[in-house]
Design a protein around this ligand. Structure first.
Ligand code: SAH
Ligand code: F3S
Length: 460
C-alpha cells in the first residue's frame, strides 16, 4: 500500500508562460496518478524543476535549486528529483554530471512521460531519462492540466520556433514550430469555459505565425471568440514579421480579443537588428506599430529589449532609447545580453562590459517608468473593466483591465474571478488604483464580430 508521504510533489518553475503551462501539465498528470501538491520541497517526495535556458542567470538557477535539494536528498534518500524543460533539453547528460543526485531528466517534448519516469526512478532505474525530440508535444489531455489560476487559463497554440534570432536558444531547446490542430485548441477552450474560466491566453513562441491548414491566427482568434461564455482572449508572443492586416482587424473587431499586443522589438538600431537576424528594420517596426494603432485605436503595446548585444555602441543604444520613446510602450522587459552556447551570436565576443550592460538596463528602465507613469495618469478619472485575478495581503485585490493594466482595489476574496467596473483614482508607473463602482456580469458587446477577408500577408 502506498502511504500518504509517498504521494506528494512540489514543482519549481523558471521562465516564460510556456514553462508555467508545461508545469501545469506535469502537475495535472501527477494529480491524476494520486499525487498531492505541497507548498515546499521539504514536504515533497517528488521535486520537479522546470527550467529556463534563455539567459545564463536563468539556467544557473537550476543548479542553485539542485544545490539546496542535495541536503534534502541526504536526509531523505527516497526523494525523487526531476529536472525538465529547456536546460534539460539543451544540456542533457551534462545536468547529471554536474548534479548526480538528479533521478529524472525530461526534455521539452516529453512532459507527458514524467509520471512513468518517476515510477521507473522509484523502482531503482536511475537516472530515468527521456530527451527524445521526436515525441508529440501535445499528448497531455486538456482535462489533465492543473491550471495555476482559476481565472486565466493558458492554452498552447503552437510549440517551437522557426526563426533564427542570433541570440536565442529557444529554437534549440524547443525545436522547430509545430502548430497544434485548431480543433484541439477549440475543444480545450470550450472545456475551460465549461469549468468556469473567463479568460484564455493562447501561447506560442511566435503565436501570430500560427497556421493549421486554412486556419491562420486571425481565423483561430475568430473561432475562439465565438465560444459562448468566454469573456477575454489574450495571446503571446507575437513576432513583428507576422503581423497581418487580418490580425489587426481581428484585434479591432473581435469583441473578446483584448486590445493589447506584446511585440518584442529587441533593439532600435538597424545595425544590431541585422546582426540579430530579426528580419525587420527599425522603420518597419515603427510603421507596423503605426498601422496597428491606426486600425485599432487605443491598442496597448509592450515589448522585450536586449541591451549590450555584442558590438552594441552607445549610438546603437541611443537608437533603442529613441525607439522606445517614439513608440510609447505600456510595458517593456529589458534584458542584458547573455551569451548562450549553441546560438550563432555565441561565436562573436561578448564585448560590452557587464557594468555597461547594467547601466543601459537601468537607464532604459528608468525612462520607461517615466513613460508608463505618464501613460497611466491619463487613465485617472475614467472607468475601466477589471477582471479580478489576485487576492492580496491585507484584504485588497487586484486585476487587469482589457489593456492588461494592473488595478488595485479594495475588496474581498469573493471578487476573485469577477468583472468589476472600477473608477480609476490613482496611478503609478506599474499599476492603477481605484474603487469599484459596479459589478459587470454580461459579456462585452461589439459592433462588428466578423473578420474581413483582407490580406493574410505580413502588414508591410
Ligand atoms: N518569442 C519568444 C522569445 C523567448 S525569449 C517569446 O515567446 O517570448 C524571451 C525574451 O528573452 C526575448 O524576447 C529576448 O528579449 C530575451 N532573450 C532571449 N535570448 C536572450 C539572450 N541570449 N540574452 C538576453 N536576453 C535574451
Ligand atoms: Fe527566440 Fe527569435 Fe524565436 S527570440 S523564440 S528565435 S522569434
Amino acid at each position: 500500500m502506498i502511504n500518504k508521504r509517498e504521494n506528494t510533489f512540489f514543482i519549481e518553475t523558471f521562465g516564460c508562460q510556456m514553462n508555467v503551462n508545461d508545469s501545469e501539465k506535469v502537475a495535472g498528470l501527477l494529480q491524476a496518478e494520486g499525487y498531492a501538491s505541497v507548498g515546499e520541497p521539504a514536504r515533497a517526495d517528488v521535486v520537479f524543476i522546470n527550467t529556463c535556458a534563455v539567459r545564463e542567470g536563468a539556467a544557473e538557477k537550476l543548479y542553485h535549486s539542485l544545490g539546496r535539494l542535495r541536503q534534502l536528498k541526504t536526509q531523505n534518500p527516497q526523494l525523487v528529483i526531476g529536472v525538465g524543460g529547456c536546460v534539460a533539453q539543451l544540456q542533457g547528460q551534462r545536468v547529471l554530471k554536474r548534479a548526480p543526485h538528479v533521478d529524472v531528466l525530461v526534455g521539452t517534448h516529453n512532459f507527458s512521460r514524467v509520471p512513468e519516469l518517476i515510477r521507473q526512478a522509484r523502482v531503482g532505474q536511475i537516472p530515468s531519462v527521456d530527451l527524445d525530440r521526436g515525441a508529440d508535444a501535445f499528448t497531455v489531455p486538456s482535462g489533465a492540466i492543473a491550471h495555476t489560476s482559476t481565472v486565466r487559463a493558458y492554452v498552447t497554440a503552437m510549440e517551437g520556433c522557426n526563426h533564427v534570432c542570433s541570440f536565442c536558444v529557444v529554437p534549440k531547446t524547443r525545436g522547430p514550430e509545430v502548430n497544434r490542430p485548431s480543433e484541439q485548441i477549440m475543444a480545450e477552450v470550450r472545456s475551460l469555459v465549461a469549468r468556469g474560466f473567463s479568460e484564455v491566453m493562447l501561447l506560442g513562441q511566435t503565436v501570430n505565425a500560427y497556421q493549421d491548414g486554412d486556419v491562420d491566427f486571425a481565423e483561430l482568434l475568430a473561432r475562439v471568440d465565438g465560444v459562448g461564455g468566454l469573456r477575454r482572449i489574450r495571446f503571446t508572443t507575437s513576432h513583428p514579421g507576422h503581423i497581418t492586416p487580418r490580425l489587426a482587424d481581428a484585434l479591432r473587431d473581435l469583441p473578446r480579443v483584448c486590445p493589447y499586443l506584446h511585440l518584442p522589438v529587441q533593439s532600435g538600431s538597424d545595425r544590431v537588428l541585422t546582426h540579430m537576424r530579426r528580419g525587420y528594420t527599425r522603420q518597419r517596426y515603427l510603421d507596423t506599430v503605426r498601422l496597428l494603432r491606426d486600425r485599432v485605436p487605443g491598442l496597448a503595446f509592450s515589448s522585450d529589449i536586449i541591451v549590450g548585444y555584442p558590438g552594441e555602441s552607445e549610438r546603437d543604444f541611443e537608437q533603442t532609447l529613441d525607439l522606445v520613446e517614439a513608440v510609447g510602450f505600456d510595458g517593456v522587459f529589458v534584458f542584458g545580453y547573455s551569451a548562450r552556447p549553441g546560438t550563432s551570436a555565441f561565436r562573436v565576443p561578448d564585448d560590452v562590459p557587464e557594468a555597461e550592460k547594467r547601466r543601459r538596463v537601468t537607464l532604459l528602465n528608468d525612462r520607461q517608468q517615466e513613460t508608463q507613469a505618464r501613460r497611466n495618469r491619463e487613465w485617472v478619472g475614467s472607468r475601466v473593466e477589471v477582471l479580478v485575478d489576485t487576492i492580496r495581503e491585507g484584504g485588497s485585490v487586484s486585476g487587469r483591465t482589457p489593456h492588461f493594466r494592473i488595478v488595485h482595489l479594495e475588496g474581498s476574496a469573493a471578487l476573485l474571478g469577477q468583472f468589476v467596473e472600477v473608477q480609476v483614482t490613482g496611478a503609478g508607473a506599474n499599476s492603477l488604483s481605484g474603487r469599484p463602482c459596479g459589478r459587470l456580469s454580461s459579456a462585452p458587446t461589439h459592433a462588428n464580430n466578423s473578420l474581413t477577408a483582407s490580406s493574410g500577408n505580413p502588414i508591410l
